[in-house]
Write a protein that binds this ligand. Structure first.
Ligand SMILES: [Cu+2]
Length: 388
């Protein structure tokens, strides 16, 4: 069965039988962390968010990967490799060995609270037939990417910005996604190609807890390009232990979800509510869209709900989603610049997100965090960037 027709994808998992499982030690640890951090943030929050904002001394420009010179591409990739060898003092999870792992660990920790919710959380005892996505999805990823960009600069002397990946250029007009220049095998400027078959088998996931949807999504280890031989400590899912960076490219999913018509259609959505669900995709929508389509089309670690930031392309994919969101905001700034909607949790005691809603990236930015309102206008502080 192709990935487009498979109901279980990046996001979806087996809901039945998971809802009442008691919390594992590991999850309990994550929950305590989340609660501590949320209350720590709550103390920092003043009253109503003021949308006047602070002007930026200068505005940086994020650019599409292929407009970077070879030197700029090599600089970006070597800064990412530097993160992969930079140790951390306060690991988010015990297995974290590098700052790059730390980003993956934070995503694993908060994934349930910033993405679509399927009422599957081990602590939940209610039964839930609805699938609801969360209002903080886009703002949280905007924040996460900025923290990543800041680490590249502060810890790895990177002078540039996170590039974005306009994958529509790789699938429009019958082009094959797998032939994208981003998958170049060049050891200095290429992210490498598909996983090599026969080199990796994902762990079994009978309960769906790790969201390893299908072993078919994991062709094997990436063995060319700049990240050949990369060892990840976390994933897939909430599994831990050293393993290779995996991929399983899928041209059909890419062609169906990443084309410029899909993007143009999302941009026609009149309200944030319909826009964000159109971008995010399954299981709220009936099939994958740009967000989950990109995750599934790359496959391997990237197809995993929890551990996808182990894939260096995660950041370029999400930068383009952020870019598309910004385009949507800018098409009607008066109405859309500060428009947020969506539940914070799927439970019936839900709150709706507001501009004051706290976003946390755990140990990556301890004691700080941001509010959704801070993330809305990228041309104002604390953001100060734009897209070219
Ligand atoms: Cu995510």
């Amino acid at each position: 069965m192709g990935r487009l027709v498979a109901v279980s994808t990046f996001i979806l998992l087996n809901i039945a039988g998971v809802a009442s499982r008691p919390a594992t030690t590991n999850n309990a640890m994550l929950d305590i962390f989340q609660l501590q951090h949320q209350s720590q943030l709550a103390k920092l929050l003043p009253g109503t968010f003021n949308t006047t904002g602070l002007a930026c001394p200068s505005i940086r420009k994020r650019r599409e990967w292929r407009t970077l010179s070879d030197i700029e591409k090599a600089d970006y990739i070597s800064a990412v490799k530097c993160l992969q060898s930079t140790p951390v003092k306060t690991p988010q999870l015990p297995q974290v060995k590098s700052l790059f792992d730390q980003f993956q660990a934070v995503h694993i920790t908060v994934a349930d609270s910033v993405h679509v919710a399927v009422c599957f959380h081990p602590r939940t005892t209610f039964s839930c037939s609805k699938v609801l996505s969360k209002g903080q999805f886009l703002p949280w990823h905007r924040y996460f990417l900025q923290v990543y960009e800041k680490s590249l600069r502060d810890k790895c002397s990177y002078k540039g910005d996170i590039p974005y990946w306009n994958w529509s250029l790789d699938v429009d007009n019958g082009k094959k996604f797998s032939e994208s220049p981003l998958f170049s095998a060049d050891a200095k400027i290429g992210f490498g190609g598909d996983g090599v078959r026969g080199t990796y088998v994902p762990p079994e996931d009978p309960t769906g807890d790790n969201r390893i949807v299908s072993p078919d999504f994991y062709h094997g280890c990436v063995q060319d390009g700049a990240f050949a031989g990369l060892t990840l400590q976390l994933g897939p899912g909430r599994n831990v232990g050293p393993h290779c960076l995996t991929r399983g490219l899928d041209n059909d999913v890419a062609a169906a979800t990443l084309n410029s018509n899909s993007v143009a259609y999302a941009l026609t959505m009149p309200e944030f509510e319909s826009f964000r669900t159109e971008i995010e995709g399954q299981p709220v929508m009936d099939g994958p869209r740009t967000h989950d389509g990109g995750h599934i089309a790359i496959g391997g670690e990237m197809s995993n709900f929890y551990s996808s930031p182990g894939e260096p392309l995660f950041y370029l994919h999400h930068a383009h989603l952020d870019h598309i969101w910004w385009k949507w905001q800018n098409a009607d700034p008066e109405k859309r610049m500060y428009q947020v909607t969506g539940r914070t949790t799927p439970e019936d005691d839900f709150r709706n997100v507001t501009l004051e809603f706290p976003l946390s990236v755990g140990q990556l930015d301890p004691g700080h965090g941001a509010r959704i309102g801070d993330m809305m206008n990228i041309r104002q502080q604390p953001n100060c960037y734009d897209y070219e």
